[in-house]
Design a protein around this ligand. Sequence first.
Ligand code: EPU
Length: 420
Amino acid sequence: MDDIIITGGKPLAGEAVISGAKNAALPILAATLLTGGRFQFDNVPMLRDITSIQNLLGLMGADIQREGHTMFVDTGNLCQYEAPYEEVRKMRASILVLGPLLARMKRARVSLPGGCAIGARPIDLHLKGMAALGADITLEHGYVEASAERLKGAEIYFDIPTVTGTENIMMAAALAEGVTILRNAAREPEITALADILNRMGADIEGAGTPMITIHGVRELKPVSAPIIPDRIEAGTFMVAAALTHGDIHITRCEPSHLKSLMHKLEQAGAKIDVSGTSVRVRGGETILSQDVKTMPYPGFPTDMQAQFMVLMSVARGFSVISESIFENRFIHVSELKRMGADINISGSHAMIKGVPSLSGAPVMASDLRASACLVLAGLAAGGVTRISRIYHLDRGYESLEKKFAALGADIARVRAQNP
Ligand code: EPU
C-alpha cells in the first residue's frame, strides 16, 4: 500500500489535462454485454474501478485488450451470467451488468452490493424497474437472480433520480419489446453519454438528459467505436485546487458545460473563471469568500464535489453551511479536516464551517474516493507536511492525480505506506 506525502502552501499553476470519466466508462463497458462483437473505446481512464469492471466482463467471457487509453472489448463469446460477490464487493457499480445480462442472456445472477462508506445505497429502484419490465426477480444467498424470456416495455417512475438505476434500466429496455418510459430519470451527463453510445449501437432512446426518457426497444444491437467523455469531477477537483491555492490552472480537454453549478459557486467564492471551448482557466482570488452549498442531482451541485468544496470553505472568510442531500454518511472527511485545523461542526446532513486563516499539515487517513481527493487538496493548501494513508481509494477514480499536481508545481509524492 502507498501513502501520499505533500508539503503544502504553494500556488499551483500550469495545465491539467483531464482524463476520461470513470462514471461514464463503467456503464458503457457494461453495455458491451448487450451484443456480441468487437468494441473500441478511446480515452478510457487508467483506474482501479476500470480494472474491476474489466475483470468482471472477463469472467463473463469477454476478451479485453488495452493499448494505453484505448480499450478493445470483444463480447462474441459470453459464457457466464453471474457477477460474484468477490468482484461486486470491490466496486458497487458492478450492479450495472444486471440490465445488460438480463436483456441478452435472459438471466442474470448478481451479488447484492451491500452498504458502503458513504451510505446504505440500496438498489431497490434498479430491481423495481427490472420487475416492471417483466423480469422475475428473487433474492437468495446474497444474490439477485433475475430472469425473463424477453423483457417488455413499461412506464417506470423513479422515487429518487438514481444514476446507475437509470443506466441499468435504460440498457435493459434497449432490447425490450415495445416502449419504455422512464420518469424522474437522473439527468447526469454520464446518462446522456451512455444513451448516445446505445443509440450508435442501434438503440432508439430519446430524452436522455431530461427527467423523461423514452426507449423504443429493438431486436438487436451492434458493436461500435467511441470515445469516453471527460471526467467532470476530476476537472472540478482541479478547479477547486486553483481557487484554494490562489493559483492559475488551465484545465484542458474537459467539458465546461457539465460543471456550471460548481463554476458558479467558485466565482461567488472569488475565483476568476474563463471558459474557452473545452478548456477552463481558473485563477484564485486573493480572498476566498464563504458560500453555502447543497448537493443535488444534476444539474445541481454534485455530491462528488462536496468534500473538495468543503476544503475551500474551511479556509474561506466567514461562515458557510454545506448540506448533503444525496448520501446520508458523506461527511467522513470532516474529522480528518478537523485534525488539520478546520473548524467544522456537523448537525445531521449539514456541516457548519467557520473559515480559518490556514490549515496545518497532519497525518490523515482516506476513507473513500472523494474524501481522498479532499485530503489531497487540504494537504496542498496546508502549511507543513501532510501524509495521507489508504490512498488506494484515490486510485479507484483519479488517474495519476499526484503526478498531475506535481506538474503544476506541488510538492507531492507517492511513497510506501508506513503502517500498511
Ligand atoms: N437510491 C435508492 N435506491 C436505489 C438507488 C439509489 O434509494 O435503488 C438512493 C441512493 O442511496 C442515494 C440516491 O438514491 O441516496 C442517489 O444514488 P444514485 O443511485 O444516483 O447513486 P449511484 O448510481 O449508486 C452514482 C455515481 C456516484 C455518485 C452518485 C450520485 C457511478 C458509478 N456512481 O452512484 O459516484 O456519487 O451517482 O451522483 O456513476 C463516485 O464517483 O465517487 C461516486 C460515488
